[in-house]
Design a protein around this ligand. Structure first.
Ligand SMILES: Cc1ncc(C[n+]2csc(CCOP(=O)(O)OP(=O)(O)O)c2C)c(N)n1
Ligand SMILES: [Mg+2]
Length: 379
């Protein structure tokens, strides 16, 4: 006797029974018709003033962090820095929406999210300074290492979230990606697994318009990236990524939905990368200054200041305190990065395998010999 899955025998009007019948109504999964906004809308008055102050403070400190890290690359103190300047509202709210037991899975552009999560601002830059190691303890901070291979952090997030659910532990994972990352196979696999397994995971795509020099129009023909969610059977959300309270509201809702057993969500945040891809890129080669100028008018800090002023929430004390905190952080970054980093090239081989392979042992021996020869020359 064949045991049939009940879903395959359910009578769907107009469809023959079987696996080809639609199993999920696509309508409730469709993304917002227009990007969700709070700033400049009646929803702002209903937002907790304490939250608005906190968002403002984090935006100002975050912007300064991005600027100082970019300056450190120009001075040769940081090897590379993919700045999130202009994307700070996404960065700080990604961290704020999570609780301590949750996990963040950042991409290389998300150093500020990692710092907002509580990781030491200098330790978070260890890898970007040229060290082979992450610099912070992922388990202690529940923050995965900054991930350079596009979208590979997404299936990791799903695996962790699914495992937590099996263990009955109310942990949510948040994976951060770029618009370009949505073209990767890992993105597809992660979203498919997440929806089928009903995993407590949230995918935040920061659509900043470009994957290095490739504009979104050449990246995807989807109506919006949020629409991609529907094909997997999860809801898509579309939000103004430069509107910090809107980002906070949408992210918090998705995280709590995941925590309470509602399954995964895909969020597309519309934002803009104001700086070049990294310090190694010249953005004037593929985009016009007018485009950058238009986005500078839609800057997350500018929008926040305007919105808070209208409600009389931006007092001089708050502005001064945020500026002071930002300057103190920048000064600490300059002071601590003034010294040459102490790097031990041999540490490259540590923590790769519990037992090093033959190849790794040979490579380590080769490097040790090269370092010894170099030390000889310098004596
Ligand atoms: C698997 C993989 N392929 C290619 C690259 C090279 N690469 C680094 S960043 C990047 C662009 C990614 O753009 P997007 O996902 O939009 O993120 P953004 O840099 O805009 O934050 C590419 C293609 C990579 N890191 N990993
Ligand atoms: Mg991008």
């Amino acid at each position: 006797m064949t045991v049939l899955d009940h879903r395959h025998t359910a009578a769907v009007p107009g469809w023959l029974p079987g696996a080809t019948a639609p199993r999920t109504d696509p309508e409730p999964l469709l993304p917002d018709a227009a990007p969700v906004r709070v700033l400049g809308t009646p929803a702002l008055e209903k937002t907790d003033p304490a939250l608005l102050r906190e968002l403002y403070r984090r935006l100002v400190v975050g912007r300064r962090y991005n600027q100082q890290a970019t300056t450190l690359t120009k001075q040769g103190r940081l090897a590379v820095y993919p700045a999130s300047t202009g994307q700070e509202a996404c960065q700080i709210t990604a961290a704020l929406a999570l609780q301590q037991q949750d996990w963040l899975f950042p991409s290389y552009r998300d150093t500020l999210a990692v710092v907002s999560r509580g990781v030491d601002p200098l330790e978070a830059l260890t890898l970007l300074r040229g060290n082979a190691h992450t610099g912070y303890d992922p388990k202690a901070s529940r923050t995965a290492p900054l991930c350079t291979p596009l979208a590979t952090q997404a299936p990791h997030a799903v695996g962790l979230a699914h495992a937590a659910r099996l263990a009955g532990d109310p942990t949510v994972a948040l994976a951060m990606l770029g618009d370009g990352g949505t073209s990767e196979g890992d993105f597809h696999e992660a979203l498919n697994f997440a929806a089928v397994l009903h995993a407590p995971v949230v995918f935040l795509v920061q659509n900043n318009g470009y994957a290095i020099s490739v504009p979104l129009t050449q990246q995807s023909a989807a109506p919006t990236l949020a629409h991609k969610a529907v094909g997997y059977g999860m809801p898509g959300r579309l939000v103004d990524g430069n509107d910090a309270p809107a980002m906070h509201a949408v992210l918090t809702e998705a995280v709590e939905r995941a925590r309470s057993g509602g399954g995964p969500t895909l969020i597309e945040a519309l934002t803009y990368r104001v700086e070049a891809h990294t310090n190694a890129d010249d953005a004037t080669r593929y985009r016009h200054e007018e485009e950058v100028a238009a986005w500078r008018e839609h800057d997350p800090i500018l929008l926040m200041e305007r919105g808070m002023r209208e409600l009389g929430l931006l007092d001089d004390q708050l502005v001064q305190d945020a500026a002071d905190e930002a300057e103190a952080l920048a000064a600490r970054m300059r002071a601590e990065f003034h010294a040459e980093p102490e790097l031990d090239p041999m540490s490259l081989f540590a923590h790769v395998y519990a037992e090093p392979t033959q190849q790794l042992r040979e490579q380590a021996a080769q490097l040790a010999a090269e370092l010894a020869a170099e030390a000889e020359v310098h004596h």
